[in-house]
Design a protein around this ligand. Structure first.
Ligand code: BGC
Length: 740
């Protein structure tokens, strides 16, 4: 019997009546495992990195992130992996000329507070990846942000577990709608870049459930990713990729996750221990050679199985999980094309623009400076390379965008130097502004000469300063201030022009010492491949801003739970040793006590009674909204309804945020975001909006019984314009109880 004929009774996506498709997929995986040799099984549980593996050429693998050749004898397809959190990545342009559509940073998606926008972004990236022959996307970043300066904040969806989990789940669902697989990453509590390979993130287990783990729990339920990627660091003493409690305990047992766990690239540290703790696949094995001195899941695993240090049943489980993930998502039955296919780049660019438009946050707008209108006769645009493009974040998520790279600046030193460059996408805000202001004289100055910029600003009706702050994977910021004297430039311009608008292109919160002197501020994050157009559309009112901050902007770095990145001392000691010629010195291990527990972001500010610069959830519009008639149902499917009226003169979208006051396992009581919506409303109109609530956001985790404990009785609820501006208060009666 041929391999294909043998499989027919188990193939096809529609199961016979009464049999769940997932059961059929498991049977199909088991039937394949039954026909594999031991060596074949072992061959599936590791991947190569094409950039470093001579086998890449032999198997015709694109120079991307990872591959496994599959088992042609059994028609098991190859795994073709690419980073793709913000678009199909092409690190250092290794696939020369292979461009892709670049989404804005994930913070922009998060600021939309809109699952459909996250889903559309994921679907677009998945479609491009598929067309480029990739079938496993290293996407779905679901880490919550604990520190405002963390280097990868731009890749993440902010600080709130519900927002992060909901949008990560939607993005994953979008990716996988292309019959390809996505990861969710980096599981879990992968909070900073400083010492990321060795740091030990310590946290109370109940707090972990109520925060970082809750974000993943929601993302996995909604997105059903085929795979989970473990992180580099340790969590409570064990590396994330050999952490029995998190992988076997939480993910596989408590949550019933049926797919596979892969390591991050260079994050596998052992054979037996990792395999028994729940790691199913060693990723990019060449990285483990470089970073950890060995490959763990090839010959060593074979030997461990032969010696029964790792039972063959566990190896079968590893293989089964990989196969189930592949079958579930369509890798067998809807294989990716053998050769790259054409991509509709124009419609994809509009998806990116839509994210930027929905995710840009208007932080300040004194005297209705914005939107700019036809009365404006002269505009000077200053700084940020706004004449040619918009900034993007660095590292493994870097996309070579359609349209080219107008500016690319390499790094001379630091942990990101080998794989990151400061890269601008070719979307010129200046050109887009000119297109929308045909009657105005629009000039540009690069901002390096403060005197020149001030002179031009004095003469112009409006001065728009573009300020940039670059972040990258592998490095945390050591200051929340804008670099390169940009604060001084903004202050100088604001001193001479009362209509000074600041557009921030940053990878997270920054300090704004000049805030009270400028008339308007837009947080555009890294706005992606159509960022210039999106920013101009907002400046001129073609788009009414509706983004809300997914992350608190502190008034000072000292307001955060830690005053600076942990481990800086160890990092500096290593750098000093290296400068002294000792190349081999590694950063000394250290641990970080996440003492704030589940009180991340806005909850921390509430507990400490601190006034941030801008609160989580904050954002202005060119119209205004009012709330009334709050009602709630606290049943097993709790929900809130309210009337929202657009009380202004233009159409706009509002983001009502429902907060519930609750007590966590540590005994602290805070408001928690339990539901949200993004609603478009015509001027003068009122809409009744129904918002489902996620009860786990206001439950407490009981470690001993491994269950959520839901409060009973009356809970306080509130509709907020932000976490710090609760405008309509009410109560909700809950019956309480336990689950799982
Ligand atoms: C990152 C992952 C990425 C992997 C492969 C790692 O450095 O942490 O997010 O998927 O590299 O490029």
């Amino acid at each position: 019997m041929s391999d294909t004929a043998d499989m027919t009774h188990l193939c096809g996506s529609s199961a016979p009546p009464g049999v769940p498709a997932t059961d059929l997929h498991a049977k199909r995986a088991n039937a394949l495992i039954a026909r594999m040799t031991l060596a074949e099984k072992v061959s599936l549980v590791s991947t190569h990195c094409p950039l470093f593996s001579p086998l890449a050429q032999q198997y015709n693998m694109p120079l991307a992130t990872g591959f496994n050749a599959g088992i042609p004898r059994l028609s098991i397809p190859a795994l073709r992996m690419t980073d793709s959190g913000l678009g199909v990545a092409n690190i250092l342009n290794k696939r020369e000329g292979d461009t892709a559509t670049a989404l804005p940073s994930a913070l922009s998606t998060a600021a939309s507070f809109d699952s459909s926008i996250a889903r559309a972004g994921g679907a677009m990236v998945g479609a491009e990846a598929r067309a480029k022959t990739f079938n496993v996307l290293l996407a779905g970043a679901a880490n919550i942000t604990r520190d405002p300066w963390a280097g990868r904040n731009f890749e993440y969806l902010g600080e709130d577990p519900l927002l992060v989990g909901t949008l990560a789940g939607a993005a994953i669902e979008g990716v996988q709608s292309n019959n390809i697989a996505s990861t969710v990453k980096h599981f879990v509590l992968n909070p900073q870049e400083t010492g990321r390979m060795i740091m030990d993130a310590r946290i109370d287990p109940a707090a972990l459930r109520e925060s970082d783990l809750l974000a993943f729990e929601i993302a996995i339920e909604l997105g059903q990713p085929a795979a989970v990627m473990g992180p580099y660091n340790k969590i409570n003493g064990e590396f994330g990729c050999e952490n029995d409690e998190l992988l076997n305990g939480v993910l596989k047992r408590d949550w019933g996750f049926r797919g596979w766990v892969m390591s991050d690239w260079g994050a596998t540290h052992s054979t037996e221990k990792a395999a028994l703790a729940g790691l199913d696949q060693e990723s990019g094995m060449e990285f483990d050679v470089m970073l950890n001195g060995a490959i763990f899941f090839t010959d060593r695993l074979l030997e461990a199985v032969r010696e029964n240090r790792v039972p063959v049943a566990r190896l079968d489980d590893m293989v089964r999980r990989i196969l189930i993930g592949m079958i579930d998502k369509g890798l067998f039955d809807q294989p990716v094309p053998n050769h790259p296919q054409p991509i509709d780049t124009e419609s994809h660019a509009l998806v990116a623009q839509r994210v930027a438009e929905a995710g840009t946050v208007l932080l300040r707008n004194e005297r209705n400076t914005l939107p700019l209108g036809p009365a404006v006769k002269s505009v000077v645009v200053i700084g940020g390379h706004a004449d040619v493009g918009v900034l993007s974040g660095g590292g493994s998520s870097q996309v070579r965008s359609v349209g080219g790279v107008p500016i690319e600046i390499g790094l001379e030193s630091g942990d990101a130097a080998i794989f990151a460059r400061q890269t601008w996408h070719a979307s010129s805000p200046l050109n887009a502004i000119r297109a929308l202001a045909p009657g105005a004289e629009v000039s540009f100055l690069d901002g390096t000469d403060k005197a020149l910029a001030t002179k031009a600003a004095r003469a112009a009706d409006v001065a728009i300063v573009f300020a940039t702050e670059w972040r990258t994977e592998a490095v945390d910021l050591q200051s929340l201030s804008l670099p390169d004297d940009q604060d001084e430039l903004i202050a100088a311009v604001a001193n001479v022009n009362p209509r000074t608008v600041v557009v921030l292109e940053t990878g997270g919160p920054v300090l704004m010492p000049w805030l009270n002197r400028v008339s308007a501020v837009l947080a555009a994050w890294y706005p992606g491949q159509r960022g210039g157009e999106a920013i101009a559309n907002i400046l001129f009112g073609k788009v009414n801003p509706s983004g809300r901050l997914p992350i608190t902007f502190p008034a000072a770095a000292t307001q955060a739970p830690r005053p600076e990145p942990a481990g800086l001392e160890q990092l500096r000691a290593r750098d000093a040793a290296r400068e002294a010629g000792n190349d081999k010195v590694r950063i000394a291990p250290f641990s970080v006590d996440y003492h704030e527990g589940a009180n991340v972001g806005y909850r921390w500010y509430e507990l400490k009674n601190q006034q941030p610069l801008f609160a989580f959830g904050y954002g202005l519009s060119y119209t205004t909204f009012s709330y009334s008639n709050l009602a709630s149902t606290g049943s097993s499917a709790p929900q809130v309804s309210l009337d929202i009226t657009n009380t202004g003169k233009v159409a706009g979208a509002d983001v009502p945020q429902i907060y519930v006051r609750a007590t966590g396992a540590d005994g602290t009581t805070t408001w928690r975001l339990a539901g949200f919506a993004r609603v478009e409303i015509a001027p003068g109109a009122t809409k009744r909006v129904l918002i489902p609530l996620e009860p786990r956001t206001y439950a407490r985790w009981d470690v001993a019984s491994r269950q959520w404990v839901f409060a009973s009785g009356e809970l306080q609820i509130a509709v907020g314009r932000s976490a710090a501006d609760l405008v309509l208060l009410g109560t909700m009666t809950c019956s309480g109880g336990l689950n799982r």
